[in-house]
Design a protein around this ligand. Structure first.
Ligand code: X8Z
Ligand code: ZN
Length: 606
């Protein structure tokens, strides 16, 4: 689980103790504040393992018993957190508190994405709902006869249909089957929103969304404006990609697309239309020019899940990062167990704040999972780099940084690197080959941008009451259409709960982090390539094997959240502001080509 502000599930590494409350503060002066924060840090260390261990088993052995264990562990931790946040209020306005202690106090109340009411009955109700939602997602299946397991299909199987078939009806059936698994979550989610809002209110926030937006070293209102600003920078690039993709899909499925300019939600090759990589064979600019079939190469080279992880580790090692601890390979869950339900959604965990790091995945031998491993290891090295800091600072500079580390490394999986490790054919560098490679990257990274932004716009609306339970599903599809230009081809109603079909909603993981990461990773890459002395166009750079770039990256990871993210970003890039100019530079060749292709086409949607 990603600790604190960037945690991956439920109550995250709330990490606070189940033990006796801290001694009540004697005199609220600066020295007392230092002692208070020191005690909190110790308490986190002492109690962290209990919560993360419960979370780990609840996701790797889903059953009624582990659901109880994790709910109880979270209940105790959240109760301690509330008490400690209350105590920390005694230091408000106290003069002379050191910046580090003040930062600790400020970070304390952001330790969870699931603020809980203090009322014991409501607290217990909240942790039980959260565990139930998480378990429901992990065990979600579509069965023709629920009594017969052989008639059931899980998310892997339904996703495979979407990714591998261009069959309109089969894809629609698989898409609908998965979305319908989330219907039963609606009632729990309504109550969940009420309870976290109550908890956020008690902690001094207007609602839970306001609290989520408070974790960015700026006001919640400024943060919202900031995400809008970044979206406006990248929107033209996305719109040109959407237009091109829609035009190609219209040729693939003549007469089937709606006339309003949207793309049907079930034909993007991905369950949530969040990336469109599966459409690469259909959308590649110059068929036959490049061999980028990593899926086939992984199978042909008989890669195993462990070998895929080792291959990714090798990249990080080539930068001078330390080896993964032996326990990582012993304790990680790399494949789906045959005999039980698990939460297969990939995640990276720090179980004890001192080296017991693991990933939890259900790796299939394909390119998507290969790339996800590089993503997850980014989290793992971040943990290892900041493990020496006090626990309150053991998080990303902000949660988007945490998501951007492994993604930055993904940008280095250039055709050149892939050829070097035998996973792609050697491609003669040509304008055509560059455009093919750019298209493949854009179907992952550019297609994602509007999706990354809309998930939390939906949740912010749910939490602030502007989206009412009676409109949950309609509001979801309004945002999908507004941002992505994607729409369902079959009517969805308020009997459905389509947001619940996306892991992070039942898992309660904030999502704006991924949008930010998709901007930041290009900024990081630009600086790392500079450090590596690379002079060519950004999209051609790979820092594989470059120790200077590695040292620069590691220095950033070691900072954790001990200073503002603006300070950390400034140390890396010279500028303390998120900025989409790097992603625009990166995709400049493709964007020019897309504009050319779209000439005379009707672009946009109603
Ligand atoms: O959830 C993830 C990671 C774990 S932090 C696999 N990602 C988002 C998603 O799958 O929806 C990575 C990209 C976006
Ligand atoms: Zn991640």
């Amino acid at each position: 689980m990603i600790p604190v502000r960037s945690a991956l599930a439920l109550a995250l590494a709330i990490g606070l103790s189940a033990g006796a409350p801290l001694a009540s503060v004697q005199a609220a002066d600066a020295a007392a504040a230092d002692s208070f924060i020191a005690a909190i840090n110790k308490e986190i260390r002492d109690n962290y393992v209990e919560v993360t261990a419960a979370q780990w088993v609840s996701e790797t052995y889903i059953n009624g018993d582990t659901e109880v264990l994790v709910a109880k562990a979270n209940e105790r931790a959240l109760s301690r957190l509330s008490a400690n946040v209350d105590k920390s209020k005694e230091f408000a306005g106290v003069k002379g508190i050191s910046p580090a202690t003040q930062r600790g106090i400020d970070l304390l109340k952001l330790q969870t994405a699931m603020p809980a009411p203090k009322d014991p009955a409501k607290l217990a109700e909240l942790t039980q709902i959260a565990s139930r939602l998480n378990a429901a997602y992990g065990s979600g299946k579509s069965c023709t006869d629920p009594a017969k397991p052989e008639t059931c299909r899980n998310l892997d199987q339904l996703s495979k249909t979407l990714a591998e078939n261009r069959d309109w009806d089969a894809d629609l059936e698989a898409w609908t089957a998965w979305h319908n698994t989330a219907r039963g979550m609606r009632k729990d989610y309504v109550r969940f929103a009420e309870l976290v809002n109550e908890g956020a209110h008690e902690m001094g926030y207007a609602n839970a969304g306001d609290m989520w937006r408070a974790g960015y070293d700026m006001s919640a209102a400024d943060f919202r404006t900031e995400t809008d600003r970044l979206w406006r920078q990248v929107e033209p690039l996305y719109k040109d990609l959407q237009c091109y993709a829609r035009h190609k899909l219209e040729k693939q499925y003549p007469g089937k697309l709606a006339a309003d300019g949207t793309i049907p939600a079930h034909i993007t090759g991905n369950m949530w239309s969040q990336d469109w990589v599966a459409l690469y064979p259909l959308l590649q600019p110059y068929p036959g020019v490049s061999n980028l079939d990593v899926d086939a190469a992984l199978k042909e080279k008989q890669y195993t899940p462990v070998a895929m992880v080792q291959r990714a580790e090798d990249f990080y090692s080539s930068l001078g990062f330390p080896p993964l601890p032996k326990s990582f390979y012993e304790k990680s869950q790399l494949t789906r167990p045959a005999d039980r339900d698990v939460v297969c959604h990939a995640s990276a965990w720090d179980l004890n704040l001192e080296g017991d790091v693991r990933i939890k995945m259900c790796i299939n031998i394909n390119e998507e999972d290969f790339r996800t491993i590089y993503h997850e290891l980014g989290h793992i090295y971040y943990y290892l780099a900041y493990n020496k800091l006090p626990p309150l600072f053991q998080t990303g500079a902000h949660d988007g940084f945490h998501e951007a580390i492994g993604d930055t490394i993904q940008l280095n999986l250039t055709p050149g690197y892939l050829a070097q490790i035998g996973l792609a054919g050697a491609t003669k560098p040509s304008k055509e080959a560059v455009l093919n490679a750019q298209m493949k990257q854009a179907l992952e990274k550019v297609a994602f941008l509007p999706f990354g932004k809309l998930i939390d716009e939906w949740r912010w609306g749910v939490f602030d009451g502007s989206i009412k339970p009676a409109d949950y599903n309609a509001a979801w599809w309004t945002l999908k259409k507004k941002y992505q230009g994607v729409a369902p081809i079959v009517a969805r109603t308020e009997a459905d709960f389509d947001p619940g079909a996306k892991y992070h909603v039942p898992g309660n993981t904030p999502y704006m982090r991924y949008f930010l990461a998709h901007i930041l990773q290009f900024q990081f890459q630009r600086e790392l390539c500079k450090a590596a002395g690379f002079k060519g166009p950004l999209h051609e750079c790979s820092i594989y094997g470059n120790k200077a770039a590695g040292a620069k990256f590691w220095a950033m990871l070691e900072k954790g959240s001990g200073q503002t993210w603006q300070a950390t970003l400034k140390e890396l890039t010279g500028k303390g502001e998120m900025d989409a100019s790097a992603i625009l530079d990166y995709f400049a060749p493709l964007h020019a080509w897309l504009k050319q292709q779209n000439k005379g086409q009707h672009c946009g949607w109603e």
